[in-house]
Write a protein that binds this ligand. Structure first.
Ligand code: ADP
Ligand code: MG
Length: 351
């Protein structure tokens, strides 16, 4: 019975085996009834041929073709050379168990696809919901002030300027939001290419420090390069985009940082091919439960606080996009009460 034990019983072998058993039994019977030597042989041959073809035909027609249909459905392909080869040479070698395994594998794959689609759909829904929410706040603010002004406050010299300026701030917020959204969708569509050049990363950091020095000095925050990492390091990256990354990270460090705080930027040679840039602050830090989601769009660790500070919640999402578009990674370390460090890798520039 080893033929059946083996996993690869093709219909042909199965038919031959069955035909062999039946014709042997028949031949033995005819041997009992007839003393001739050729009658049993004749019976054997005829029974074998008839049984073999009958069996083979039945298997092919009623089982095999059905299975073939299943495979056609699974692979959803038109008959190609390769497929013909598969049906003629590989499929006959497959046992029913293997076929059922294939079908299960296929089903699992489909389930996974559906799972991904569902997750994307959920993501899209959440994004739209968040977006509507984010837009509503500044729009209502602006609308409120304008209505109040029109309702008579316009003529009240003690408040009219203040209300107008508040409405204008609301508009600024809207503009920032739309700008950031535009930035993110451009990055996502992959329409803006990464144009790399070689430059000294510390020079870029200093430029950004310079640009943000006013905002920092308002909170008496010092901006500096970390001691021992001032030695010029060349990176190969898209300069304006990396500048955007640095601006977003340092802006956050200033916005969320404590008065009289300290922000340092460290640039390290990681290995032959990579530079690591890290922006550290001694601010309030971020609780551990928020860390995994901090780079998501619109995610804020401290909703009320960050809203009043005026962020769009898109800064870190843009950072992540830009860094990943470079084929690099970004990470965050933070401890509440101690501070936060945002770091990212860059390709090392050729000297
Ligand atoms: N340096 C930091 N210190 C403390 N919290 C931070 C820091 N950087 C980012 N965060 C938190 O991460 C959130 C997301 O940051 P971001 O995407 O830039 O959005 P936004 O600054 O517009 O709120 C912020 O709302 C804030 O809660
Ligand atoms: Mg920000």
């Amino acid at each position: 019975m080893s033929v059946f034990d083996s996993k690869n019983v093709s219909p042909r072998i199965l038919s031959a085996f069955t035909a062999f058993i039946i014709s042997t039994v028949n031949a033995l019977f005819s041997l009992l009834l007839d003393a001739n030597w050729y009658t049993p042989v004749l019976v054997f041959v005829i029974t074998f041929i008839i049984t073999f073809y009958l069996y083979y035909y039945t298997l092919q027609r009623f089982i095999y073709r059905k299975i073939k249909l299943i495979y056609k459905f699974i692979y959803q392909t038109k008959a190609t050379r390769k497929e013909e080869f598969f049906y003629n040479s590989i499929l006959p070698q497959k046992s029913i168990e293997q076929v059922s395994e294939d079908v299960q594998k296929w089903a699992a794959q489909r389930r996974q696809e559906i799972e991904i689609l569902r997750a994307n759909e959920q993501f899209r829904k959440e994004f739209l919901m968040n977006l509507a929410h984010e837009l509503r706040t500044p729009i209502f603010t602006v609308q409120g002030y304008i209505d109040t002004l029109l309702g008579g406050a316009m003529n009240d010299a003690t408040v009219n300027k203040k209300f107008l300026s508040n409405a204008s701030k609301g508009m600024d917020r809207l503009v920032r939001l739309v700008d950031d959204l535009g930035e993110i969708s451009k990055l996502e569509s992959g329409r803006i290419p990464i144009i790399q050049e070689t430059f000294v990363i510390q020079d870029l950091v200093s430029d950004v420090f310079e640009e943000l020095s006013l905002a920092a000095s308002e909170k008496h925050i010092s901006l500096s390069l970390k001691k021992g990492t001032e030695g010029a390091l060349q990176v190969y990256a898209d300069k304006p985009k990396i500048k955007q990354v640095l601006v977003n990270l340092i802006e956050n460090a200033i916005k969320y940082g404590n008065e009289n705080g300290m922000i340092t930027a460290g640039c390290y040679l990681m290995d032959d091919k990579h530079i690591y840039v890290e922006i550290s602050d001694d601010g309030p830090g971020i609780a551990e439960e928020h860390l995994p989601r901090i780079f998501e769009r619109f995610y804020r660790a401290d909703r009320s606080r960050s809203r009043t500070i005026g962020g769009t919640g898109l800064g870190l999402a843009i950072v992540k996009h830009i860094v990943e578009a470079h084929g690099q990674t970004v990470n965050v370390r933070s401890k509440p009460g101690v501070g936060s460090s945002f770091g990212f890798t860059l390709e090392r520039g050729k000297e």
